[in-house]
Design a protein around this ligand. Structure first.
Ligand SMILES: Cc1ncc(COP(=O)(O)O)c(C=O)c1O
Length: 474
């Protein structure tokens, strides 16, 4: 199982700006100690460096280096114009004087860097009076407004909104479907969109799914948590929750899962049932499992979870997850249902992610990977028609407190879970990270300023050309 700790693997997925910086590093390094007044390279070295850079930029493609002046929309400029001012800690572009503390930063898979503009806007907003959103009054309303604005930006960014023809018209009464939508409905099922809750990051989002998923296990039919070898440790850790409920885990090579057919998924389901041995695998007596509250026939469905990364944090590979997901869903039956969790933590930092098009049931992100600030803030996306799955009566009773309850009586066993503003509100205890959430607005503005995720992906794609050069020069 792989973690983000490998600097070499992370170099595959540099997002922002390091590639030209890297080229500069390769020959500027011996001259780094010179003062800004001195000429930093001899002309022949300089020509060589410029040629190497030109060669690199040509190979990385015309869109490398973010938005240029000529782009429609204007406002943005090529990175060479703003790297020194927006990221003063980094070695500046070729031909510009460096300073003693300038560094090369390669760990963009670990975390992006926030820009000076982004941080100064956040600081300016930070002086506003923002009250706890659970309070009443103008300062609390201001907080709620900012949180709503940030939430909308998150939903827009990942294309999470329900299709306009989903909901009240949903095939209940075809006569009430507005003109023009009827033909759409026949073409494809409208998408329900996603609910989002803010978490401390991808890991907390994964933990929530692991703790809330209605795992099941008896001697015949255990739930399966299926994940590839090339997955983040935070996904692997989900198995502890699954096992504690009598489920089993299965780890396969990424290619094996991505190329699995409907038959393969059906076979895996049967194999796990046959192999399942309550004592050797979990040691958990059936009575202590999470199916203790099982009450009706609907609850006899055995739910399985397939967890895949949209981009591998080790190799930078972007597997084709859609066929595995389609095969798993087709292998589902009334008694066995496959659900799908997509870890987009890494992919979200290197290119656009369209959740509705990918259609996972759950997804997780960490915002510092997109724009460096704030750390300790992420989100869990849950497809709206899967929210009930996480609130299944099959689950163990959960802790509640703070923001997750509407009514609670201290002296009696009475608690009414919160249902507003999101269907997931009852899953989030305590006060949300409201200043951090408000600061996301400036992070998304920063992504716009550089030309959006398409431009980011062109520059991140340029890092493909880095490893061989890095290996050569080291
Ligand atoms: C693919 C992937 N998933 C999950 C995580 C965990 O993210 P966090 O540490 O922000 O919770 C990371 C972090 O590097 C990651 O790259």
């Amino acid at each position: 199982m792989l973690d983000e700790s490998s600097w070499f693997s992370d170099s595959y997925s540099v997002v922002w700006i390091f590639v030209p910086v890297l080229l500069l590093m390769l020959w500027v390094q011996p001259h780094k100690r010179l003062s800004s007044q001195e000429v930093i390279v001899s002309s022949s070295q300089e020509i060589g460096a410029f040629e190497r850079k030109k060669d690199f930029v040509t190979r990385a493609g015309g869109d490398y280096g973010y938005r240029d002046d000529n782009d429609s929309g204007g406002g943005g400029r090529h990175i060479d114009h703003w790297r020194s001012t927006e990221f003063p800690g980094l070695i500046p572009p070729l031909g510009t004087a460096s300073h003693d503390e300038a560094e090369v930063y390669l760990d963009y898979a670990g975390s992006a860097l926030p820009s000076v503009t982004q941080l100064s806007h956040i600081l300016k907003d930070g002086t506003q009076i923002l009250a706890n959103p659970h309070s009443a009054g103008p300062a609390a309303s201001r907080t709620t407004r900012l949180v709503n604005q940030a939430t909308k930006l998150v939903l827009d960014h990942f294309n999470c909104h329900a299709d306009p023809d989903y909901g009240p018209y949903l095939l209940k009464d075809s006569k009430s479907i507005p003109h023009g939508l009827a033909s759409n409905l026949q073409k494809k099922e409208p998408h329900p969109g996603y609910e989002v809750i803010f978490t401390s990051g991808s890991t907390e989002s994964l933990r929530l799914v692991a703790e809330l998923f209605p795992w099941y296990g008896d001697n015949q039919e255990p739930s399966i948590l299926l994940y590839p070898q090339q997955v983040h440790t935070s996904v692997v850790g989900m198995r502890a929750c699954a096992q504690s409920c009598g489920a089993v885990f299965q780890c396969e090579p990424l290619d094996t899962i991505c190329n699995a057919s409907v038959d393969t998924f059906s076979r895996w389901t049967k194999q796990q049932a046959a192999l399942f041995d309550e004592e050797t695998i979990t040691g958990t007596p059936t009575s202590s499992r999470c199916d203790a509250n099982q009450s009706n026939s609907e609850e006899t469905v055995v739910n399985h979870l397939l967890a895949l990364p949209l981009e591998c944090n080790f190799s930078g590979d972007r597997p084709d997850v859609s066929s595995a997901m389609a095969a798993a869903r087709s292998a589902s039956s009334p008694n066995h249902q496959w659900h799908f969790l997509l870890d987009i933590a890494k992919a979200a930092s290197t290119g656009p992610v369209n959740l509705k098009a990918l259609d996972p049931d759950f997804a997780c992100i960490s915002f510092y990977k997109l724009f460096g600030f704030p750390t300790g803030l992420g989100a869990l996306f849950v497809k709206r028609n899967k929210v009930d799955l996480l609130k299944s009566s099959r689950n163990k009773p959960r802790y509640f407190g703070g923001g997750s309850v509407d009514v609670v009586l201290p002296g009696k066993d009475l608690m009414v879970a919160r249902s507003e503003p999101s269907l997931l509100a009852s899953l989030k205890n305590g006060t949300i990270h409201f200043r951090g959430i408000a600061s996301l607005i400036h992070g998304f503005r920063e992504l716009d300023r550089v030309g959006g995720m398409e431009k980011v992906s062109c520059t991140a794609g340029g890092s493909y050309f880095v490893p061989s050069r890095l290996a050569y020069y080291l």
